[in-house]
Design a protein around this ligand. Structure first.
Ligand code: 5AD
Ligand code: SF4
Length: 456
């Protein structure tokens, strides 16, 4: 589709999927702002539209295709001649194939090329030609300090891109490529910069943060080494990370969780299935027993740890008995958070060779049972917290009703807590006594006003 566009003044960007995509959007927005573009909330008015897409499950892709199809009728027909780009995992998964279905799209920019955004925009604007750039591997060319964040208290920081694990159901190794760790100096520089701007909490991001540094042995900086370095940054209050693979969760990481001032006692420990046969078929490279041993070790080292998991139901050939094993693990471990999914076959992944033989209604029943169980576990855990005092980091104003302000905050274990307080407390640590809860949210009252106000 030809585009004879003049200057781009405004952008509209929509993000689908995981936190890594959210961060990539913030990195791209930083580049657009540096180029002088301004945000525009109205997709029918912006000069540049970017859709930062997700391929993890079929539904995610269908949402994007629906949206873009609709825009095809809208944008070009009205002859607005906006530039439209697709970034994110679908860009890598479908490449130029996207132009066949969506001829009004101008560029396709892969997950490993977000640093090339401005260069691609120049090309598209000057030549009017459609352009595809989807490198297989990430190479460090980002100006991280330019990243534009809306949140002023907590920030995502990328530490490793890609994944080498090749679980048979997962597209990530194909859309994001092999693991590439970011140099520790660069991470530390960005974290220091964030703290100097007033940020209090950093979430380190990667598809598998626990294998950080393994691709660069010469750095002698593994994930736990990095955490020890970040712990030294004055003014940084909390460090979290997403996501991990159980096989790489080391004793050193568990000890760091116990010992480090900043590292929150929350470990994402995704089991995916409780059946050894399914785990083997998923190529998860651990057995249930090994997983449970690691969890036991972690609970011994960090008794107050909160655990998170991801689980997939309805993987090809999963029997009722095998599903019950997954259910049993959930009952036994009592996770604090569980992200639960029905299996969705993804093109290009090894599991495509097996028939997607579990009917959708069976997948859904299994999913609903896990959701029901997790809700019961959560309710029990929240009830146990009634009357307790917790330390929270105040993130933002939850709502304000005729001068009565309710603040939104989180505990170190990522529990959401709301309580009445002043907006000036945003970005500070406070102590809150929990008196009730509703769904997933704890409700409380401030205990010692300003007792823990932080130094900048
Ligand atoms: N189908 C369903 N869930 C999936 N996940 C990854 N790929 C698939 C798939 N094909 C889930 C896994 C992973 C989380 C990010 O998404 O549980 O941990
Ligand atoms: Fe996908 Fe995570 Fe497995 Fe990597 S470890 S292939 S990102 S599910």
């Amino acid at each position: 589709m030809t585009t004879t566009l003049r200057k781009l003044n405004t952008y509209y960007i929509r993000t689908y999927g995981c936190q890594m995509n959210e961060l990539d959007t913030e990195i791209m927005v930083g580049q657009l702002k540096a180029r002088g573009l301004q945000a525009c909330d109205d997709e029918t008015k912006a000069d540049l539209l970017i859709f930062n897409t997700c391929s993890i499950r079929d539904l995610a892709e269908r949402k994007v295709m629906g949206k873009l199809g609709q825009l095809g009728n809208l944008g070009r027909i009205k002859n607005r001649r906006a530039v439209i780009g697709i970034t994110g995992c679908m860009a890598n998964a479908k490449k130029e194939g996207l132009f066949r279905k969506l001829p009004h799209v101008d560029f396709v920019l892969g997950t490993n090329n977000i640093g090339d955004l401005n260069h691609v925009l120049d090309e598209v604007v000057q030549t009017g030609r459609q352009l595809v750039m989807t490198d297989d591997e990430f190479s460090e060319n980002l100006n991280y300090l330019q990243t534009h964040r809306e949140d002023k208290v907590k920030a995502f920081v990328s530490i490793i891109r890609g994944c080498d694990k090749h679980c048979t159901y997962c597209v990530v190794p194909y859309t994001r490529g092999p693991e590439v760790s970011r140099p520790p100096e660069s991470i530390i520089e960005e974290c220091r910069h964030l703290v100097s701007q007033g940020y209090k909490e950093i979430t380190l991001l990667g598809q598998n943060v626990n294998s950080y540094g393994k691709d660069k042995p010469e750095w002698t900086c593994l994930f736990h080494d990095l955490l020890y370095k970040l712990d030294q940054i004055p003014g940084l209050e909390r460090v979290r990370y997403m996501t991990s693979h159980p096989i790489d969760i080391s004793r050193e990481l568990m000890e760091a969780t116990r010992d480090l001032r900043t590292l929150c006692e929350f470990v994402h420990f995704p089991i995916q299935s409780g059946s050894d046969r399914i785990l083997r078929k998923m190529h998860r490279i651990y057995k249930k027993e090994q997983y449970l041993e690691k969890v036991a070790m972690l609970k011994e080292i960090v008794p107050n740890v909160a655990l998170g998991t991801d689980m997939i139901v309805g993987f090809p050939t999963e029997t009722d008995e095998e599903f019950e094993e997954t259910y049993k693990v959930m009952e036994d471990i009592e996770y604090a958070f569980a992200f639960l999914f029905a299996y969705s076959p993804r093109k290009g992944t090894p599991s495509m060779r097996w028939k997607d033989d579990i009917p959708e209604d069976v997948k859904n029943q299994r999913l609903q049972r896990l959701i029901g169980l997790q809700n019961e576990i959560t309710a029990k855990q929240l009830a146990d917290m009634l009357g307790q005092e917790v330390e929270v980091l105040v993130e933002k104003l939850n709502r304000s009703d005729r001068g009565h302000n309710i603040l939104k905050s989180r505990t170190r274990c990522w529990r959401k807590v709301i309580f009445p307080g002043e907006p000036s407390m945003i970005g500070t640590l406070q102590r809150v006594k929990i008196h009730s809860f509703s769904n997933q949210t704890l409700i409380g009252e401030l205990v010692q006003k300003n007792s823990l106000v932080l130094q900048h």
